[in-house]
Write a protein that binds this ligand. Structure first.
Ligand code: ADP
Ligand code: MG
Length: 477
């Protein structure tokens, strides 16, 4: 029979599974074992200290939310860390720690909006001079120091530094940082906030995601408290709004942002915005806002070059006290090109795999672990590549592959190509069909099915398909 702690944990997992990407779920949640429950405290066993820290850093909020659903709002999590896996007969040696971040982080998330911490009630403080205390919502790990400079980010990083030194007093107002996912927008914008906090401790800094801003606005609108909302934001000295593309079509929130923006800008306060595209390409955002976004400086973060990728990896390893062979670091930097978040993800998965399997990190392990990342990131295989490979393999011309020939070899080659395109690319059936002289998606479905059927019955056919599959796989590495 399922024990209570197992039941609770399994319910949590059921939710987590839907939220976390599969690869991450495999790496970080599969290895966890629930060991006990005592009132509102669930204890889980994790394989290592590193693992525990990783969960606390990256998943504490998710864990808190799911566990609170199961055990109520006072739910807590305790960890049991395996120090030694034991030898089969012995129980593993473990060490207990409690979930540090669990409470603060989770509560923080719920209490913000507009938290004013410890409002000082001192009759001698002249009203109006007293500075409001606001939780800046900044993550202290995002600093300039940890933000590696490279050709891809030099301009905007320097602009950011200038803004941090003289918030509101340069022409970089607003500072708009834009760029694709995982290129460092959140990191850099928070680094500016943290630096302001260091250089100008009296300035009120607030970091807020656009989603949170919009949600808060809507809550206030429901409670007829829009003025409070706007008033609060007008008291900020350095306002950082992340991912403004989410304002898309949120008309009322845009009106509020417009008032706040104008007030802050006129009072010499600093605005920092991030976006996944240049302001001119933002859809569903009012022109009057866009024109204000253009008042200051818009600068982009580009995908990092190889040297910067190497430096980011090395820095990360130094900070975390990690070590691995240079050739492995080079392998990661060489293969993961598009996005820094994936670069870090690859490093972490590799560490996790090595600690779970108690295996040294070497090139072989790196290749194995990175296969998942690489397939979806850097070397994305295109339909054209697969078509060329199949043509070469069966010695058919590219034209023939696309024409409406009914010759058996060519029909089969075409079907195999569609089948491989379905497996190895992220294209829809419709797009795949279009690459074959405008066939429709049902043809693609039919082709894939035929290939599967033939593989079951025809050995020679199966061998060809498998050989081709391996070729494509290699090209994807
Ligand atoms: P975005 O907000 O653009 O999607 P993030 O700021 O979340 O991207 O960055 C993704 C990850 O990459 C973060 O962990 C961040 O610390 C890291 N990162 C991004 N740029 C750099 C950089 N130049 N140096 C070091 N780490 C970086
Ligand atoms: Mg971000």
């Amino acid at each position: 029979m399922e024990k209570v702690h197992e039941k609770v944990w399994n319910s949590c997992l059921a939710i987590i599974k839907d939220i976390v990407e599969w690869q991450h779920f495999k790496t970080w949640f599969d290895p966890i074992r629930p060991v006990a429950i005592h009132e509102n405290v669930l204890t889980i066993q994790v394989p290592s200290q590193f693992f525990y820290e990783y969960l606390e850093e990256h998943y504490v909020n998710l864990l808190a939310k799911t566990l609170k659903r199961e055990l109520g709002k006072d739910a807590r999590l305790e960890y049991r860390i395996m120090v030694d896996s034991g030898n089969g007969k012995n129980k593993p040696l473990t060490m207990d720690v409690s979930g540090q971040g669990f409470k603060t982080y989770a509560n923080n998330e719920m209490d913000f909006p507009l938290v004013i911490h410890n409002p000082v009630k001192n009759p001698f403080v002249i009203p109006g001079l007293k500075k409001m205390q606001v939780d800046s919502q900044l993550n202290p790990i995002y600093t300039f120091d940890s933000f590696v400079e490279g050709d891809c980010n030099r301009v905007v990083r320097r602009a950011g530094r200038t803004v941090a030194e003289k918030p509101g007093a340069t022409s970089f107002n607003p500072l708009v940082i834009y760029g694709g996912v995982g290129l460092g927008k959140t990191h850099l914008s928070q680094a500016i906030g943290n630096e302001v906090g260091r250089l100008h401790p009296n300035k009120v800094v607030l970091y807020v995601s656009s989603e949170k801003f919009i949600n808060q606005f809507q809550d206030h609108a429901r409670n007829n408290a829009i003025n409070d909302f706007i008033h609060f934001y007008q008291l900020i000295d350095v306002l950082i709004i992340d991912d403004v593309q989410f304002f898309n079509r949120a008309e009322k929130s845009q009106d509020a942002l417009f008032s706040i923006f104008n007030h802050l800008h006129q009072s010499g306060k600093q605005l920092i915005l991030t976006s996944d595209k240049p302001p001119k390409d933002l859809e569903g955002v009012q022109e009057r806002l866009l024109s204000r976004f253009r008042w200051g400086l818009s600068a982009d973060l580009q995908a990092p070059d190889y040297d910067t990728r190497m430096e980011i990896l090395e820095k990360k390893m130094r900070n975390d006290g990690l070590d691995m062979p240079k050739e492995v670091v080079k392998y990661i930097a060489y293969n993961i090109q598009s996005n820094i978040r994936e670069l870090e993800g690859a490093l972490i998965s590799l560490l996790a795999q090595s600690s779970l399997n108690k295996r040294e990190i070497d090139l072989e392990l790196a290749k194995k672990v990175l296969r998942n990342f690489i397939k979806t990131s850097s070397k994305e295989i295109t339909i054209e590549t697969i078509q060329k490979m199949v043509c070469e393999f069966f010695d058919v011309s590219y034209d023939k592959l696309l024409q409406k020939t009914r010759k058996r070899e060519i029909v089969q080659a075409r079907q195999i190509t569609m089948y491989l395109a379905k497996i190895f690319t992220k294209n829809s059936l419709k797009t795949i069909g279009e690459h074959f002289g405008g066939r429709d998606h049902t043809t693609v479905i039919h082709s894939c099915q035929t290939v599967k059927d033939l593989m079951d019955t025809d050995n020679l056919f199966r061998e060809s398909v498998i050989e081709l599959q391996q070729k494509v796989q290699l090209a994807a590495m």
